[in-house]
Design a binder for this molecule. Structure first.
Ligand code: SAM
Length: 290
């Protein structure tokens, strides 16, 4: 094909399909869902209702949006890539149940966004590069969220669901366990996306618990001690407590020192953070509480 002909062809297809010219951007983690069967399975798992609000994070080119919007009472879509906004407006802007927000989901106040609704479910094929940060942010905003159906890197889902004793277990596993019930739904092969990523994905359902799964007086203290406990994964819980940040260390010392605190919580000092159950973290918190 001659150069001039090529140019004309691309011009013609631009006029007919402007959306196809928004090329995927790596920096926004854009691996668009291209397999209709996967879209269908996710939508079936969500089963959107006419009486509810759903927040979709990163609608992209609208693969999930176009199916979700059919039966959802109100769909609020948050997209960070401004180049995708005109395309999404063109596709769904006329739908009365569609609200498009150009924003960074990491700093968006979802509870304010869904008003006048007081709760919502979240559906997302999350960009890999910030998936755990967005998940943490969703957990922080759990007061107005009832459920999240998320596509994540399979390895992240394994970390989220890692039980005590698993090397995968970390801060994220403990915090998700505290606030959500988890159900891994299915795995998705890289070939379901364009561009094709290097890794497999998994879809997980996180149902937000009405309240935290353990009894602790001070939840922020719980998360500070979990964070200190996992600071150096190769070290024992005893060593991590002894090297905790200053404010935590002074609490530990006020409570009699790391050995006493661990004894009072019934935790053997040679154990590593990944072996502790949520209940044990709660006991440890109570052992250093005022
Ligand atoms: N939902 C679409 C799909 O399944 O084909 C797109 C999924 S793609 C993996 C991730 C989407 O999240 C992209 O549209 C990307 O632009 C968007 N995104 C990336 N960072 C974001 C952020 N901080 N806030 C909101 N959206 C973001």
């Amino acid at each position: 094909m001659k150069d001039e002909e090529k140019k004309n062809r691309s011009r013609t297809s631009f006029i007919l399909h402007p959306s196809s010219f928004v090329l995927p951007k790596k920096r926004f983690g854009q691996n668009f869902l291209a397999d209709e069967r996967v879209v269908e399975r996710i939508v079936q798992e969500v089963s959107p209702r006419a009486c509810e609000t759903i927040v979709e994070i990163g609608p992209g080119r609208g693969a999930l949006t176009s199916r979700l919007i059919e039966t959802t009472g109100r769909l609020v879509a948050i997209e960070f890539d401004r180049d995708l906004i005109p395309l999404l407006q063109e596709k769904f802007g006329e739908r009365a149940n569609f609200t498009l927000v150009e924003a960074d989901a990491l700093v968006t106040d979802l509870c304010a966004l869904i008003k006048p609704a007081t709760n919502a479910r979240v559906v997302a094929n999350l960009p890999y590069y910030i998936s755990t940060a967005i998940l943490q942010r969703l957990i922080e905003q759990r007061a107005c969220l009832t459920e999240m159906v998320l596509m994540l890197q399979r390895e992240v889902v394994e970390r989220i669901c890692a039980p005590p004793g698993s090397t995968e277990r970390g801060f994220l596993s403990v915090s998700v366990e505290a606030y959500c019930l988890t159900e891994t739904l299915f795995d998705v092969a890289p070939t379901a996306f364009r561009p094709v990523p290097k890794v497999w994905s998994s879809v997980v359902r996180l149902s937000v618990r009405p309240r935290i799964a353990v009894k602790v007086e001070d939840e922020s203290l719980l998360w500070r001690i979990v964070s200190a406990g996992f600071a150096q994964r190769r070290k024992t819980i005893f060593n991590n407590l002894r090297n905790a940040p200053a404010d935590m260390l002074s609490r530990i010392e006020d409570a009699g020192g790391a050995t006493t605190v661990l004894e009072n919580a019934g935790i053997e000092s040679k154990r590593r953070a990944e072996t502790l159950t949520l209940e044990e973290w709660a006991r440890l918190t109570e052992a250093i509480a005022d």
